[in-house]
Design a protein around this ligand. Structure first.
Ligand code: HEM
Length: 225
């Protein structure tokens, strides 16, 4: 019985570590992605080829093997993150028969928010790739190889700006709760530590999501054109 319980415990810890590690890889992508996209604030060059943001986008596509290697790695990381989260949630549900009593606890509320927020982010990523990478949705605003103009045209549209801002708010909640839960998994449950971890989590999520939100909002209000 004891062996069984400790086996379950260690498999849960491994799963939580996988969720945390894959989350960290995706955070790494987000930081690089944000820094790349912030180059929109450098403005338009004389030609599309000399526009800073386009130069950066072209650089990424110069080595197709590297590009597709990185894309594949990210896709596999995201799949592992989602699948492990699903098995962890199922395991947690099976482990507690008294659903009704725990339903309103903070942990249960946060974990439900992580699932719905995660799903919203997943839908957003699909929409986002169809928007800026393939030009399938909002095709009127899309010119291949002119990422700068694609952003400027798209973010004149208040509906698109609204979708992007809403997605970054979902990302904010996911990043914040994710950061706190990673540290809890690492065993940091001391209330004083948790207090500072929460502050750091909010600050980090604010920097990333605030940075992303600044792009559609500044373009919409004509600060970049
Ligand atoms: C306002 C916020 C954002 C802007 C303006 C933005 C902009 C862009 C642009 C322009 C591209 C296409 C790049 C190209 O074709 O060269 C792109 C691709 C992508 N973005 Fe974003 N992005 C934003 C936020 C995000 C967020 C929050 C995520 C993830 C949660 C994300 C994930 C991706 C992915 C996965 C790709 C596809 C990369 C690839 O083609 O391999 N983006 N983004």
């Amino acid at each position: 019985m004891l062996t069984n319980t400790s086996h379950l415990c260690s498999s849960t810890i491994i799963k939580k570590a996988i969720v945390a590690l894959t989350g960290l890889v995706m955070i790494g992508f987000l930081v690089v992605h944000l820094l790349g996209n912030l180059q929109v604030f450098a403005g338009a060059g004389v030609t599309p080829e000399t526009t800073k943001l386009n130069e950066y986008a072209l650089l990424l596509k110069k080595e197709p093997v590297l590009l597709w290697g990185a894309r594949l790695f990210l896709i596999l990381t995201a799949i592992l993150h989602v699948m492990t989260t699903i098995t962890l949630t199922q395991h947690n549900r099976d482990a507690r028969p008294q659903h009704y009593e725990v339903r309103h606890s903070y942990a249960s509320y946060a974990s439900q928010m992580m699932i719905f927020g995660g799903l919203a982010i997943l839908f957003y990523i699909v929409y986002h790739i169809l928007h800026f990478t393939t030009g399938t949705v909002h095709a009127d605003y899309f010119t291949p190889h002119d990422v700068y103009q694609n952003m400027i045209r798209s973010f004149q549209d208040p509906t698109i700006v609204g979708v992007y801002v809403a997605a970054q708010i979902a990302l904010f909640a996911h990043l914040y709760h994710g950061t706190v839960s990673v540290f809890r998994t690492l065993g940091m449950n001391n209330p004083r530590h948790i207090f500072w971890i929460k502050k750091a989590g909010i600050l980090f999520a604010l920097i990333i999501c605030g940075g992303f939100i600044s792009i559609p909002v500044c373009i919409y209000f004509g600060m970049v054109s």
